[in-house]
Design a protein around this ligand. Structure first.
Ligand code: SAH
Length: 345
């Protein structure tokens, strides 16, 4: 029988497990603290548990490991990119960015991705599998253990579509913000989606306070469809309606992400259409000069034209920033390092 993935259990579930084993409920709290505060990696470490219980745990449960395979450090800005190996040999990437306001970690939510965005390296080989909550937590924990520094912010913007792995993703959010665990404020958590409408609407009902980032990338349905196949299924208008519902239900302002691709979506007309699209919304727009990937010939605009694009939007009253490019020298774009290592390309 396969051992249970213990670090994916919420405290309530763990309490039920312990009671069903004939243990006292407080044992669950002790174990949860070992796993999610002290970041233990084995049951032997859990020294305040009776030896018999540790043995029992070891027989029935496993602490899934997220192990470091490779680390790349940017010479430009100190951003660190990690390649982690999961128990079945799948690999995922995470990134650590150090900002003045604290350490921010970008994690992956799936091994691979099936969304097919044209400029993204994560999707080139399709979806391998969903990550469990413990594997998402494990990326954060591994980084915190290695750096011995607390993680303050988490962005779910690595490989994968979080709303395509809905249950595990929401479980992760609840666990990482749980006061019995790392207790990272939900306001410091951001999840990025390519626009899966039913997922956005469901998320709006969860009673969470996380920031939702929507990958927009095109100023009209037609333009968006050219870059993002998911737009065929969920048209822009419906996606924006769902974002508005998310804002109304949660009070959290939406962040829109827009990767600037030279000659594709960075023209005057695009700036005008984008202003009209977002003008009446209380939102934030993040422009990301596209990170070129080897497999596609997309290029980013030069600094001057990116700035001009931003200024045009600003003049139209849009709250807009150009994302500081971090880690561009270390395969910073989603999925590049994973692909390079797994395929030797
Ligand atoms: N699936 C989610 C989250 C993962 S991608 C989503 O689509 O939002 C995180 C962000 O990086 C998305 O906005 C995505 O469109 C963008 N992205 C992917 N590849 C990129 C690249 N090569 N250059 C710039 N941005 C990229």
């Amino acid at each position: 029988m396969e051992k249970k993935d213990i670090a994916s259990c919420t405290l309530e579930e763990l309490t039920e497990e312990m009671v069903s084993l004939g243990e006292k409920a407080f044992r669950a709290k002790q174990i949860y603290q070992w796993l999610h505060v002290k970041l233990a990696e084995s049951f032997e470490e859990m020294t305040n548990l009776p030896a018999a219980l540790r043995k029992k745990l070891d027989a029935d449960y496993e602490i899934r490991k997220v192990e470091m395979v490779q680390e790349q450090v940017s010479k430009k800005d100190g951003t660190r990119k990690y390649l982690f190996c999961l128990k079945d040999g799948n690999m995922v990437e995470s990134v650590l960015m150090k900002y003045r306001h604290g350490n921010s970690v970008c994690i992956s939510s799936q091994a691979g991705c099936r969304m097919g965005c044209r400029f993204c390296a994560s999707t080139l080989d399709g979806l391998e599998r969903n990550l469990t909550a413990s594997e998402m937590l494990g990326q954060v924990y591994r980084i915190q253990r290695m750096t011995r520094e607390r993680v303050h912010n988490i962005v779910v913007m690595g490989t994968g579509e979080p709303l395509d792995n809905y249950e595990n993703f929401v479980r992760f959010i609840r666990m990482v913000s749980d006061e019995n665990g790392l207790h990272i404020s939900q306001r410091n958590l951001t999840a990025s989606t390519c626009g899966i409408v039913p997922g956005i609407l469901r998320l709006a009902e969860e009673g969470l306070q996380i920031t939702l980032a929507l990958s927009l990338h095109g100023s009209t349905q037609e333009k968006r469809k050219k870059l993002m196949p998911v737009a065929n299924k969920y048209p822009l208008e419906e996606v924006l309606d769902a974002c508005h519902t998310y804002f109304q239900k949660t009070g959290r302002r939406i962040t829109f992400e827009y990767s600037l691709v030279r000659g594709v979506n960075d023209g005057d007309e695009d700036a005008r259409e984008l202003s009209a699209l977002l003008g009446h919304q209380n939102c934030h727009l993040n422009l990301i000069p596209v990170n070129p990937i080897r497999e596609r010939n997309f290029e980013k605009p030069d600094k001057k034209s990116a700035l001009e694009f931003k200024n045009k939007l600003e003049k139209n009253g849009i709250n807009v920033t150009i994302r500081r490019e971090m880690g561009a020298d270390i395969d910073g774009a989603c999925g590049q390092l994973r692909r390079k290592t797994m395929q030797g390309v």
